[in-house]
Design a protein around this ligand. Structure first.
Ligand SMILES: O=C(O)C(=O)C[C@]1(C(=O)O)C=C[C@@H](O)C=C1
Length: 363
């Protein structure tokens, strides 16, 4: 995929690109109120769900295509642009007929390559942007595959939305961010616009500012934030929608930085510090290599003495002491614990290879 940068032309606003609006289009009045409020904040694109994929059958599933008439009226009155989710080829057809300005494919759709392909076929050659939300399961390849399907259908303005991933683990987020996944996507396709959806990651209003700031610190191109005039009484996603006033405050407080700087002093200082890091990283690698040589030696002894590779007591001692040592250096305990888990996994891999290697028989 050779992505051409398109977002700056589309967004009509300065960085970051903000898409705000209700989870669902509930009524013409609701849409008009929000359109005017977000426009007053300088926002040019509004989101509104027409069809809502819900977990349970009796939940509000969106107002369906009647909402396109309301959207048309609001577009006429305010000239704001609209973004909505499509989950079938029929949705695409209706949304295009309604002259929606930006489409996105939802997380529950991205997981299914058959559906994504049907949507891609319906989108063939469209000139409007199409953004693909990450699949609900943390799988970069699936996300990339869906983006590729849309791109191969001749949609040049493609982008990605990071809305977090489902997890069985209890967490403070509704959907785990797993930031390393969107960052891998960004490293592979630096020109692919990457938008965060803090509302779905957070799942609760109080976390939206923090998630939005993190996205900005990581160099995301924009934010999609669910906004409703009366969030508590919203028909869907009540807990995670914010009022236009809160959105205004959030945007005001957001610290937006640049990907780089031309300031000579900054560049020189950064270069000097990076050189030091290069040297330290080399030392780290040398140290790791020395450690793994010892691990190999122990592996050989274990093989000779028919002892298991995994040594529970020793491992328990390591996983307890290393984080303790780390606190003396003000290093985060979790970070050091994770690091030693990775190192230990590698020791096990190396030693398993050694003990399972066939010993050449003497002739
Ligand atoms: O102490 C050992 O027995 C080792 O083989 C070393 C080591 C390690 O990497 O530190 C590797 C595997 C064991 O489970 C415990 C520790």
């Amino acid at each position: 995929m050779e992505i051409k940068p398109w977002l700056a032309d589309f967004s009509q606003s300065k960085h970051p690109f903000i898409v705000a609006g209700p989870c669902s289009a509930e009524s013409p009045e609701q849409l008009l109120t929000i359109a005017k409020a977000v426009q007053a904040l300088g926002i040019t694109t509004m989101r509104a769900g027409v069809w809502k994929p819900r977990t349970r059958p009796d939940s509000f599933e969106g107002n369906g295509s009647v909402a396109f008439q309301w959207i048309a009226e609001v577009k006429k009155a305010t000239a704001i642009r609209f973004a909505t989710e499509v989950a079938t080829a029929d949705h695409v057809e209706q949304a295009l007929k309604a002259e929606i300005d930006l489409l996105w494919i939802g997380a529950r759709t991205t997981v299914n390559p058959f559906t994504v392909q049907e949507i891609a076929d319906a989108l063939r050659g469209v000139k409007i942007p199409v953004l693909v939300k990450n699949p609900i399961n943390p799988e970069l390849a699936l996300w990339l595959g869906a983006i590729e399907r849309i791109y191969k259908a001749g949609v040049e303005k493609v982008g990605a939305i990071h809305r977090g991933f489902s997890s069985y683990q209890k967490s403070r987020y509704r959907n785990q961010p797993y930031w390393q996944i969107p960052l891998s996507l960004k490293s592979q396709f630096p020109d692919l616009p990457l938008i965060a959806d803090p509302s779905h990651i957070a799942g609760t209003r109080s976390l939206i500012q923090e998630v939005s700031q993190k996205a900005m610190d990581l160099g995301y191109d924009g934010l999609m934030i669910e906004t409703h005039p009366d969030p508590d009484n919203a028909l869907s996603d009540a807990r995670q929608q914010v009022t236009p006033a809160s959105l205004g405050k959030l945007l005001e407080e957001l610290r937006v930085s640049n990907p780089s700087s031309n300031n000579v002093l900054f560049v020189n200082k950064l270069e000097g510090l990076r050189e030091k890091i290069d040297n330290l990283d080399q030392e780290l690698i040398d140290t790791l290599a020395t450690r793994m040589k010892l691990v190999e030696q122990i592996g050989e002894y274990k093989k000779e003495n028919n002892v298991t590779v995994f040594q529970l007591e020793r491992w328990q001692e390591i996983i307890q002491t290393r984080p303790e040592w780390a606190t003396r250096q003000q290093l985060a305990i979790d970070f050091i614990a994770e690091l030693f888990k990775v190192i230990h996994d590698e020791s096990i891999r190396i030693q398993s290879e050694i003990v399972n290697k066939e010993t050449p028989t003497k002739s």
